[in-house]
Design a protein around this ligand. Structure first.
Ligand code: FE2
Length: 365
């Protein structure tokens, strides 16, 4: 098999498993049309058509695999990163080029590298090629007009969607987080494939190995699930983090980077809806050798004096959820207090360099 065929086989495997026939048909059309448009645009711009085509094939796979659309550009990148590594047919430079395009493809208001731009443009062109009367999202209009010019297409786009206030309505997301975590924790969820609630908690992880990997370490996955349900929308691996939020370390890294991380020593009083990260709280006999010191995480439900009550998944690595009382002592690593108006801003980082890159598309016309 050549490289395109290898990636195609991988993507087909995901598409054919979409349960709704309508969704499956749309996914096939969108995937192949975007890939072909990528190849066409790459050729016109004298770039590598094979790599552009492959970025198009992979760009939405996370959404097709999980049915989850929030953050699908970042999560499709994560999923592709693992898949491309296993395929072992691309150089590091090629992989980063493909992954960068997938990562940035939803950010149509800004400019990135040439292959990133190909995928963004192809993604906008595809619905129009499928149905010339389809409406173009207002933010995509400058890009669309540019392409009409570049490819000499005679068409008048019909625009739609004015939403000056696109951010979610203000809500007390932390209170919601605590309510959701409390409600779930008392269900005594077991980390087993027979537990429906557990399958909901691990549904975000697209690899077949997810169940095995999380089986005895799902406290962070529990918190991640509760956050998403509360409207605190985070991709699997928020840039610039090194690890996925399925692990405790990534929560620490992410919260520190965003200045959401607070310590007991600084006379910080935990409150309902905070996330607590523990240090060395799991009994040594229950954890693998060489585990990091921050070894557990949960959602604070209440603070009374020197104690907190916490909703947790996989309590003490015993594979069950529940509500526990914990001491406010040296086992507390830190608290994470996510602002109620938090909106994920990882899009502003360049995938390849990790640096902030915020070049407006319109300012470059
Ligand atoms: Fe997409």
């Amino acid at each position: 098999m050549n490289r395109v065929e290898i990636v195609r086989a991988y993507v087909e495997d995901i598409l054919k498993n979409i349960s709704s026939e309508d969704d499956r048909k749309t996914a096939y059309i969108h995937t192949y049309s975007v890939a072909e448009a990528c190849s066409f645009i790459a050729d016109k711009r004298r770039l590598n058509t094979e790599l552009a085509y492959i970025s198009g094939l992979l760009h939405d796979i996370y959404a097709y695999k999980t049915g989850i659309y929030f953050g699908h550009a970042y999560n499709s990148t994560e999923m592709s990163r693992v898949a491309l590594r296993k395929m072992d047919v691309f150089s590091d430079d090629e992989k980063i080029l493909i992954l960068s395009a997938i990562y940035h493809h939803s950010d149509i208001a800004h400019i990135h590298d040439e292959y990133d731009e190909i995928l963004k443009d192809a993604n906008i062109l595809q619905p129009f090629l499928y149905d010339p009367s389809s409406k173009i999202y207002y933010l995509a209009i400058p890009r669309f007009n540019n392409m009409l010019n570049e490819f000499n297409i005679k068409a008048v786009p019909i625009e739609y969607g004015y939403s000056p206030n696109e951010h979610a309505q203000f809500q007390n997301k932390r209170v919601l987080l605590a309510n959701i975590a409390e409600e779930l924790a008392v269900k005594r969820i077991a980390g087993e494939e027979t537990d429906k609630n557990f399958l909901e908690i691990i549904k975000y992880y697209p690899e077949a190995s997810a169940f095995k990997e999380l089986k005895n370490g799902w406290c962070a996955a529990f918190v991640y699930h509760c956050c998403l349900k509360a409207g605190i929308q985070l991709p699997l691996k928020p840039t610039p983090a090194t690890f996925r939020l399925a692990g405790v370390g990534a929560w620490y890294e992410w919260s520190k980077h965003n200045n959401f991380c607070f310590y007991e020593q600084e006379s910080f009083v935990p409150a309902r809806g905070d996330i607590v990260i523990y240090n060395n709280i799991i009994p040594v006999e229950n954890k693998p050798k060489g585990s990091p010191s921050h070894d557990h995480i949960g959602v604070v439900l209440a603070c009374e004096g020197k104690q907190i009550s916490v909703a947790e998944g996989n309590i003490d690595n015993n594979n069950l959820s529940g509500i526990v009382t914990r001491k406010r002592d040296i086992t507390i690593g830190c608290y994470v207090r996510i602002p109620n108006d938090y909106v994920y801003d990882g899009w502003k980082y360049d995938y390849k360099t990790g640096e902030i890159r915020n070049v407006d598309y319109k300012s470059n016309l």
